[in-house]
Design a protein around this ligand. Structure first.
Ligand code: SAJ
Length: 426
């Protein structure tokens, strides 16, 4: 099938890279977002999110005329839905964005169209939620138009490369839908394109992120065990990973982001009676920020009231500006709730609001009068800080490294006492 015009609903971390990549491969793309501020700033070439290389690609798309942004969809050969699927307080998937985006397509749906859902969704969403809404158009799925589920699987920070190079799963509601999806994504995907049915593709996506969450969960518990037994967890993991069939992930301050900390709940919600391991891993990882604050207590004393703490790093993982479900934000917030005077700094997001926390836009100001520096995110700039220089800019002589980012000998050499997750005290 040949595609000339594409309409992408949702211009976030996935929709915007996808729109601009299609545009750079010659398609006419209408990128749609319901947020007028996003549409306005994008139409001026200003991006509301940070992803390496994305600004250049979007600006090139806009300049060439292949990419236009709009608040409303319009007729096209294919529609891609890439809106968020957050979860609600009760950990149930919030499909309201998927539903409203699907409804917005209905008036524009024509015979021969392909509609692809990319948003991570609980199993059966494509067949049981999306298809019935699209059929309100009077057209019949599988006869008049095609529907597929194709999960995004790109890693924030490397989205533009992975979008093209990763294997792509396309699950159709029937064979023709899957094949149409292959023709569409085949325009830029260089990785293998695997065709399957829609529900398998939905499950694959959640399985991948659940697998990672459970594996981080075990690393998290290893870090607690190491703490109890006075073992350096980083050394223990490095040694265990020499085994040819062992590959333990990195423990840290918890699991954040909009994917791994959310998606496993979609399985638990759909089938709570058969998912105790998945639910437990989620709870273990969610509890890690509190464990990290306990480590701060152990280093600074039980009563944190009035203690001056600098939290370095707020993003959910290194070298991104994304704060969604960030465990670093939780650490800062819990420290503040425990009475500490928290100043926090993130080089990727100098301005943001966290209740009780002073977010400072320069490192110097954040650390100047601190008693302890807590490294929470492995941003390159923070890991590469020169401890000798830092020592001249802060009153703190206690460095708490929660993510294995600082060299113990170098920080000790600069006059700091260094403690943190999994670091054995000699
Ligand atoms: N983390 C650890 N230890 C590790 C690895 C990660 O604590 O060893 C933490 C990170 O600090 C972060 C969280 O886990 O807080 C998630 O980070 P990540 O880099 O593992 O994953 P995401 O959420 O950025 O992207 C994941 C990816 N999925 C897999 O690797 C299976 C990506 O391919 C997906 O496209 C993305 O979720 C998504 O959108 O679903």
């Amino acid at each position: 099938m040949k595609f000339e015009k594409l309409c992408v609903l949702g211009l976030g971390y996935i929709g915007l890279p996808t729109s601009s990549t299609f545009a750079s491969h010659g398609l006419k793309v209408v990128g749609v977002d319901v947020n007028p501020r996003v549409v306005k700033s994008l139409s001026q070439g200003k991006l509301h999110i940070y992803e390496p290389g994305l600004r250049t690609l979007v600006q090139a798309g806009l300049r060439s005329g292949n990419l236009v942004v709009s608040e409303a969809p319009e007729p096209a050969d294919a529609f891609i839905i890439s809106v968020p699927t957050p979860f609600k307080e009760d950990k149930k998937a919030d499909l309201s964005y998927v539903i409203s985006a699907t409804k917005a397509i209905v008036p524009h749906l024509r015979k021969g169209n392909l509609v692809v859902l990319e948003s991570t969704s609980p199993p059966l969403t494509t067949t049981d939620v999306v298809v019935p809404i699209l059929e309100r158009s009077g057209l019949k799925a599988g006869e008049d138009f095609m529907v597929a589920y194709s999960p995004e699987r790109v890693l924030p920070g490397q989205i533009l490369r992975e979008l093209i190079e990763n294997a792509r799963v396309i699950g159709g509601i029937d064979k023709a839908s899957a094949e149409a999806g292959r023709d569409l994504y085949g325009i830029f995907v260089r990785g293998e394109i695997i065709l399957t049915d829609a529900t398998t593709a939905e499950m694959v996506k959640i399985m991948e992120n659940t697998y990672r969450d459970v594996n981080i969960g075990i690393a998290t518990e290893f870090s607690r065990l190491a703490e109890r037994f006075g073992v350096n967890v980083w050394e223990a993991i490095a040694i265990a990973n020499l085994h040819p069939r062992v590959s333990i992930l990195k423990p840290g301050i918890g699991v954040g982001g909009h994917c791994i900390s959310v998606d496993p709940w979609f399985f638990v919600e759909a089938a709570p009676d058969i998912t105790p391991l998945i639910a437990t891993a989620r709870r273990v990882n969610d509890a890690q920020p509190r464990f990290i604050v306990d480590l701060v207590r152990r280093a600074m004393g039980e009563n944190l009231s009035g203690r001056r703490v600098a939290v370095l790093g707020l993003a959910y993982k290194p070298n991104v500006d994304d704060m969604r479900e960030s465990p670093a934000v939780d650490v800062a917030r819990i420290l503040a709730e425990s009475g500490a005077q928290v100043k926090a700094f993130d080089p990727f997001k100098p301005e943001m609001e966290i209740a009780g926390v002073e977010v400072i836009d320069t490192l110097e100001e954040a650390i100047a009068d601190a008693e302890a520096l807590v490294l929470t995110v492995g941003h390159k700039d923070l890991c590469e800080l020169d401890p000798a220089v830092v020592a001249g800019k802060t009153d703190a002589r206690l460095a708490l490294d929660m993510i294995h980012g600082w060299d113990v000998a170098a920080w000790e050499g600069a006059g700091f006492t260094i403690k943190g997750l999994g670091i054995r005290q000699e």
